[in-house]
Each structure stands twice: as C-alpha cells, then as structure tokens.
Design a protein around this ligand. Structure first.
Ligand code: ADP
Ligand code: MG
Length: 471
C-alpha cells in the first residue's frame, strides 16, 4: 500500500483522534502540538497498530514524533529493559532525536533514554549501560561497537527505528546496521524514516521490514515561515549581478543559487568568484569525488554559496540555508516549492528570492495562483553595495588522504590538531571521514597553522598528505 498526502491538506487531525496514552495526549497539549503533521497523521494509525513503517518526508515534516509516539505508547516503564533502539546518522541528529523523545516522554515517569554516539568518550557510556535504559538513541558505529563487546543487549527490544535511513546508508553504515539488526529479536516492529527513497533505502527496507505501510508525504505547499520575495530584472545579463547584490545585501553565510542549466551554474559560480565570494558549483557532470568535496565544503561553512541545478541538488541534505536564490523561476510549481523548502527548515525563519524577466511573468502568475497568494515584488538593492567586501566563510577545509578504509576516525584528526594545544577543539568545525579521504573544517584564521601541524605530524603512524582547499 502506498499513500500520498500533501502537507497542509485541509483535514489536519488532532492527536486526540489517535489511540494514545493519556499522559502522552496531555503532554502533547502542554507542548502546544495541536495538530498532527501530515506524516504523523499518515503513520500513527498504522504504527500504533504495530505495523512496520516505511516513510518518506522532507526535513522538518515532524518525522521524530511520528516514530517517537508509537514507541513511547508501547513502552512498559516497569520492565527496565531496552525496548527501543533509534539509529541516527550523526551525533547531532541523535542528540536532536533524544531531546525530542525526552520532551515527548516527559509525563511518563522514570523513563530512561540513553544516547550512545561515536566521537564521545566510551567510559561514561559503559557506566550508563550498566545502569540500564528503556530507549537507546545512537549512531550505528558506536552501537555496533557496544554490541560486539557484549555491553548492549537487545534481546527484549520491541521497536527498531532507522531515522534518516538514506543518510545513514550514504555514510556507509550498511554493514553496521546489518550487524545491529542481527542482534535484535526477529519479532519486532521496524520504523524506517527517510527524506528520500534511494535504491539503498529500498534494499534495506526489503531486507528488514515486514509488510510495511509505505507512506510518502509530498513537499509542503505553503511555507509559512519562509519569506518569498520576487525581483523583476531587465534582461538576461542583469541576472548574475542581481544574484550578487542580493547575496551581499543579505550578508549570506549560506545560500543556494538555483540555475536551469549546467552551463549557467558554471557561469554564475565563476561570476560570483570573480567578485570575491567563495561560491561552489554543483552540477550533474561532476564525478562523485568532486561532488562530495563540494558538499562537504558547503555544509561545513567553508563556502558561502552553492550554485546548483535542480537535478544536482536532488536528495541533497544540507541542514538549513539562510537564503535560497532562484536565478530563474522554475516552470514547475513543485520544483519551485522544493527549492524554496531548503531554507527555513524545522521551523526557523527562511528567505527565498526569485528573479524574473517580463518574459517569465507567466511563471510568476502560475506560482501566485498555486500558492493562492499575490507575489510580493521588491526592488533590487542599490548597486553601490558592490563596492563593499563580499561576505566570507567562517571556515576553511583541509583535505587528508586518509579515510575509513585506513581506519581513520574523526578523533584521530582532533587528536593530531589539538595535541600540544596547537588548536583548541572550539576552533575545529565539522569533520567528514569518507572511505578514502577525509575533511576537517577549521576556523579561517587557523587554517595555515592547522595545515602546518598536519603536514609535520603523523596520523596512524604515518606521514599524511594534506592540502588546504581554496577556490
Ligand atoms: P523531521 O525529522 O521530519 O526533519 P522533526 O521531527 O525534527 O522533523 O520536527 C521538526 C520540528 O517540528 C521540531 O521542532 C518539532 O518539535 C516540531 N513538531 C513536530 N511535530 C509537531 C506538531 N505536531 N506540532 C507542532 N510542532 C511539531
Ligand atoms: Mg528527523
């Protein structure tokens, strides 16, 4: 069975219409969760019935509560055993999920939720495990580690959640997930949530889910927390300058610029670079290595602008950008909605600016009609702005020629850089360890120091190749 439903559809059920425990309902009320979101409305009836779920919805759709409520509803606090395990791709996401779980569970007394993530000291985790827990939230690598060492027992587990499954698989966690699933009882409920359906997600679903309810929620049709501005421009030539002006006016630290074609992507990125911005192009012709490198640099704050085609940006999971800029309007309302949805995620404020010429006015009208709103037209910022310094990224990225295959861990990089207090932990940003290579973001003014340090030191007992990524 496959269900499609639109967020913002007319009927939004209140949580009272679901068979939830009284404490949960009372708590939802106190949290002012008045209505279920579309993904919650579609999954709750099935999941509360004990059925497996395969669900897809964009970031910010409310997926956490969609699995947290069924899990909490089934939980028996008096049985002090691990009854649920939630796997998340990163420590940050696991922390968010644990926080949301605690919030939703706060009226169920004595419930113990434990986080077990990589990149954190193992000692306290071992101690916490000895004290026991009802729910574990963690990253696959670390969970696998605890399992192998016999510190974690999942024999009484009832619910297994794979959150952000697409991302976990992209990060190479398939083997760990396999090991973890093998340690779970065969009879259990599986809840799989993903922002996209990739082949890898389908394969995991086919291996582990039992007759799942397949639920897919379309992109949101109205972004209430996103301000949309439209700018009329004279002709094709004014476009890139208008893009530059808007980026300058908004002091954008993270912006995605959408173009129609690969050629425009290249030209626009080159134009912005010429004007002093750190702008990276992302388009379909790039090989996986270039694509990874580009995404890592944008996501870790080493580039302020990503210029992309719609195709290249598909399935892209960038947490939240400050500004979305449409170099041209899309013909397709859905595409426009998707682009715009990259800002203002998870309830934050977002801004989307779209350029159009007189020839494109019909697209603007189609959009206004679909949104049921009059498009708000704005004037471009003054050209004098171009005299100012372009906003610069906070971070720089160093690339190392070691990766997971060489058993490199983020902690090794932290160790090498923070040894002898060359850098402090706070001066490091995101660390991405890929199969054959890895990236570390460092504060811009510390980049050359970090480079020297890594060049002269050793990691895993050997001299490594490292370079500072500029343009
Ligand atoms: P996703 O995992 O789909 O990206 P989250 O579960 O993180 O989304 O939810 C996004 C935000 O929406 C969170 O801040 C959460 O607290 C809030 N939220 C979720 N469900 C509801 C609801 N029914 N009513 C109000 N806020 C909600
Ligand atoms: Mg989520």
């Amino acid at each position: 069975m496959r269900r499609h439903c639109a967020v913002g559809a007319d009927i939004v059920p209140s949580f009272e219409s679901f068979p939830l425990r009284a404490e949960l309902l009372a708590n939802l009320k106190s949290l002012a969760y008045d209505e279920a979101t579309a993904i919650q409305a579609a999954t709750l009836p099935e999941a509360l019935n004990g059925r497996d779920i395969l669900a897809q919805a964009q970031t910010g759709a409310g997926k956490t509560a969609a699995f947290a409520l069924p899990l909490l509803n089934a939980l028996q606090v008096k049985r002090f055993r691990i009854q649920a395990l939630v796997l998340c791709p990163t420590r940050e996401l696991a922390a968010q999920v644990a926080a949301e779980l605690r919030k939703l569970a706060r009226q169920i007394h004595n419930i113990k939720i434990l986080s077990l993530c990589g990149g954190q000291p193992i000692g306290p985790q071992i101690a916490s495990l000895e004290h026991g827990a009802h729910i574990i939230v963690g990253t696959p690598g670390r969970i696998e580690d605890h399992l192998r060492k016999g510190r974690l027992h999942l024999a009484e587990l009832r619910t297994l959640v794979l959150d952000e499954a697409d991302r976990m698989l992209d990060m190479g966690f398939r083997d760990s997930i396999d090991t973890i699933v093998e340690a779970c009882p065969a009879k259990r409920q599986n809840l799989l949530f993903s922002a996209t359906y990739s082949d890898a997600v389908r394969s995991v679903a086919a291996s582990y889910l039992y007759k799942p309810a397949q639920i897919s929620v379309e992109a949101q049709h109205q972004h209430k927390n996103i301000e949309q501005r439209f700018y009329r421009i004279q002709d094709g030539d004014q476009r890139f300058e208008a893009v530059l002006l808007l980026l300058m006016a908004e002091h954008a630290e993270s912006a995605i610029v959408f173009c129609h074609t690969k050629k425009e992507v290249q030209e626009c990125a080159a134009y912005l670079q010429q004007h002093g911005l750190v702008a990276l192009a992302l388009q379909g012709d790039m090989d996986q290595r270039d694509r990874d490198r580009t995404l890592v640099r944008f996501a870790n704050g080493s580039a302020t602008v990503l210029v992309a085609t719609d195709v290249a940006a598909r399935g892209l999971d960038i947490d939240d950008v400050q500004l979305v800029l449409n170099c041209q309007l899309s013909r397709d309302v859905e595409v426009h909605t998707h682009r715009v949805g990259r800002t203002g995620r998870a309830g934050g404020q977002g801004l989307a600016c779209s350029l159009f010429t007189d020839k494109e006015r019909y697209k603007l009208e189609a959009l206004s009609e679909a949104r049921g709103l009059e498009a708000e037209l704005y004037d471009l910022p003054e050209r004098g702005l171009l005299q100012q310094d372009a906003p610069q990224p906070r971070m720089h990225t160093l690339q190392l020629d070691l990766g997971k295959k060489q058993k490199l861990r983020a902690g090794d990089i932290v160790g090498a850089l923070c040894k002898d207090n060359t850098l402090s932990f706070d001066e490091l940003g995101k660390i991405d360890v890929l199969p054959m290579t890895s990236f570390v973001a460092v504060q811009r003014n510390k980049a050359s120091k970090a480079l020297e340090r890594l060049k002269s030191g050793k990691i895993k007992g050997r001299q490594i190749k490292v370079r500072l990524l500029r343009r």
